[in-house]
Design a protein around this ligand. Structure first.
Ligand code: FEO
Length: 395
């Protein structure tokens, strides 16, 4: 990759991963990703902010060679996860005088995860500064976005905030800076939904902590660089706010058509009531799309047939994920069918205890749905509408 310049002496030296389609063997990456690493050349010292996934280490090294970098003083580790830290050992081999500069918690994790010896580290504390000569780095500890050791690096003279995962997007793009805002918004929202959403409270705190800083550029370690920081900061403010939208999310599975019939009918009656509805057939859906829909929705209705006395395994997977992502949902219900019995409803309720939701009367039917069952769905839709109105959740 050609090496470009963000500002004089500030070079992106990371790698674009056009082909990666799964992260953590869990998260779909329809648009690939990038591992952004930044070289800061000060008048006296040189720092490398984060590295890249080990699979892309040779590209990072190649970029450093293109810049004729023979010495690195500091490798800044904003985050210990291996997609950013995994190439640190190789960098330390190539630049034996380099020290890893990070906070004590990140140091401990890097020693555990990458077996980096302790004498390779220098540690800093919150708001401490380190000079590179004509450039000064300030470190801002920001735990739990999304690991406990995360931090930001602020380059004072250039007013650039390096945020690592925070505010980033899984998006491979040849553009260094954001060009297509709508596309980046979508990718950043997907990223937020899949990775940051469980940490809304920490995010609120950290956005508060940086609100009085002069920031001209936000440089994350995934996706394009933001020349208009308010674009992504305002998007995050919207996503973490306590506001929910007049939307119902329906993750569903149907084996022989009964649950599908219920879902299709329920979708129609919600539309009739001017409620936005998003059904997700879990045999086909990209789980990231479901996560994104959960960022704003007021209500989830889980729809499942009964399998071996409980919910379908795909529903178990989705319920576990929804529970772990802790979206700001207000209401939940269950619809579905059974042949001869089971405890599907009880089991689903036990799987979503992280959600601070009021449960609305479920509709579980025996066999194929009949007229009485459809009337029950009408009543469920009325109840959802009533609850949304009572809480001023109206589009
Ligand atoms: Fe991009 Fe948490 O690593």
């Amino acid at each position: 990759m050609a090496v470009r310049e963000i500002r004089p002496g500030i070079y992106p030296v990371g790698a674009i991963d056009w082909d990666r389609r799964l992260f953590d063997e869990l998260i779909p990456l329809p648009d690939g990703t990038s591992y952004n690493s930044y070289l800061i050349e000060g008048s006296e010292k040189i720092a490398l902010i984060d590295t890249v996934d080990p699979t892309k280490g040779p590209e990072l090294i190649d970029n450093l060679k293109k810049l004729d970098i023979n010495n690195i003083d500091y490798v800044i580790a904003n985050h210990a996860e291996q997609d950013h830290s995994g190439s640190i050992p190789r960098i330390l081999e190539l630049y034996p005088d380099a020290k890893v500069l990070t906070n004590p918690r990140c140091k401990d994790m890097l020693m555990d995860l990458l077996l980096i010896p302790e004498d390779k580290f220098l540690t800093i504390n919150d708001r401490e500064t380190v000079s590179l000569g004509n450039k000064t780095m300030e470190f801002i500890l920001a735990p739990w976005v999304h690991w406990p050791e995360t931090m930001f690096t602020y380059l004072k003279e250039d007013k650039i905030l390096f945020t690592c995962d925070f505010l980033g997007s899984h998006m491979a793009a040849s553009d260094l800076f954001v060009v297509d805002e709508a596309k980046v918004y979508e990718s950043a929202k997907r990223y937020y939904a899949e990775i940051m959403m469980p940490f809304r409270t920490s995010i609120k705190k950290h956005l508060g902590g940086i609100k009085d800083m002069e920031i001209e550029i936000v440089a994350p370690s995934h996706g394009p660089v933001y020349q208009m920081p308010e674009f992504i900061i305002n998007a995050y403010k919207e996503w973490i706010s306590d506001e929910v939208k007049n939307e119902v999310i329906i993750p569903y599975i149907s084996m022989h058509g009964s649950t599908e019939k219920l879902v299709n009918y329920f979708v129609d009656v919600l539309i009739e009531r001017d409620i936005t509805v998003k059904p997700f057939n879990l045999t086909r859906t990209d789980i990231g799309e479901l996560a994104m829909a959960l960022v704003d929705a007021a209500t989830i209705v889980i729809a499942s047939p009964t399998v071996l006395a409980g919910p379908h395994p795909n529903i178990v997977y989705a319920a576990y994920l929804v529970n772990a992502l802790r979206p700001k949902l207000r209401f939940a219900s269950v619809i579905g069918s059974y042949g001869w019995g089971g405890k599907m409803l009880e089991q689903i309720k036990e799987m979503i205890t992280n959600l601070k939701v009021e449960i609305i009367e479920p509709v579980i039917v025996k066999g194929y749905p009949n007229e009485e069952d459809f009337k029950s769905l009408d009543r469920l839709a009325d109840k959802v509408l009533q609850k949304h109105k009572e809480h001023n959740i109206i589009s």
